[in-house]
Design a binder for this molecule. Sequence first.
Ligand SMILES: [Zn+2]
Length: 377
Amino acid sequence: MEPTLALTQALIRRPSVTPEDGGCLTLIAERLEALGFHCERMDEGGVSNLWAVWGTEGPTLTFAGHTDVVPPGPEDAWTHPPFEGHFDGEWLWGRGAADMKGSLAAMVCAAERLCQHPRAGRLAFLLTSDEEGPAQFGTRYVADMLEARSELPQWVVVGEPSSAEKLGDVIRVGRRGSLGGHLEVRGVQGHVAYPEKARNPIHEALAPLAAVVAQRWDDGYGPFPPTTFQISNVNAGTGATNVIPGTLTAEVNFRFNPGQTPEGLQARVEACLKEANCDYTLTWTLSGPPFFTDGGPLIEATEQALVQIVGYGPERSTGGGTSDGRFLAPRGMEVVELGPVNATIHKIDERVLAADLPRLRDVYEALGERLLPRLSS
Ligand SMILES: [Zn+2]
C-alpha cells in the first residue's frame, strides 16, 4: 500500500473522538523520532499534545493539526465502519480521513523526505487531540508554552481540509472572528389580562433586536466577506398562555472581519438596546479574533508548490468556521491552511480520494523545499 495511504489508514484505525488521541500521537512521534525529531509531549487537562522539532537553528516551518475527530454518529448508517479505514481502490473511508488524519499522514511522509537532507532552518510538528472540542488545552496551550520559551515558529501550515472541488484549489489565509453574546432582558411578570401591572420583556426586546438585525456592519475587508450577526436562540415564556414572562434570554453571534473590533460591534448592539430603554445585561465571549496572513514567504511557497505539483494556483479564501489558526496567527506567525477536499467532513461516510494523499505529501514536501533550502554538504 502507498505509504501515505497506509499511515492514514493506521490513524483512522485508532479511534480518537475529542479529546481522545487513541494512540495517534504515539505512532506519529515514533515515526518522527526515527528521523531525528526531538519529541515533547505537552499533555494538559486531559488533552494530548505533541511538539516535535527537527534541526537546531534558523526559521521554523511547522506542520500543525489535530488527531481528534468528531463522533461518527450512527455507525450502522455508514457504508463502511467509521474506524475500519476501508480502502476500495479509489476512496479511503472513515472518520478523520479528510479531517484530518490524511493531512497528518501526508505531513509525516513529507518530513520523511525533507529530513534526508541537512537544511537551513527547522521543521516542527504542533499536534493536539482537542481541536474539535473546547480547544482550551490544545494548540492554544502549546502556543502559550512556546511563546514563554520564545520558541514560536515563523511559518505554520495547518492541515485543515481547505480544498473545495479538487486538491489544492483553495487555501485559507485567514478566518473571521467569532464573538458570542448572551442577552437577558428583564421585565415584570404578570397576568396577560393586566398588562399595565406587568412589563413584557418580549415586547421590549423586539424593536432593539430588529434594529440590530437590520444593521449593515461593513462592506467586507480585503478577501473577507461583510461581518454578519445572527440570533441563534430566543427563550421567553412560562409555558402558560395567560402569563407575561419576567425575562427573555437570547444567544447571538457575530462572524466578523479584521476591519472590526469586538468592542466596536458590542457598542453598536448596546446602543440599540439603550435606545429602547431596555433593562438588560449582555455578556460577550470572544471565541476567536479574526486573523489574516496577507502575503509573505509562506503563502508564496505554498502557491508555488501547488502550481508545481497539482498544476494550478489556489484561490485565497477566508471562509469557513474557526480553526486552530486563531491561536497562532495573532501571535505574529504566518499561517496557511491547506488540506484535502472537505466535501464529506463531519458527515456520515467521510472519505478521501486515495490518489490525493501522496499528492498532498508532495505539495507539503515542495513547500518545505522552498522554505528550508538544502545546505550544500
Ligand atoms: Zn479539522
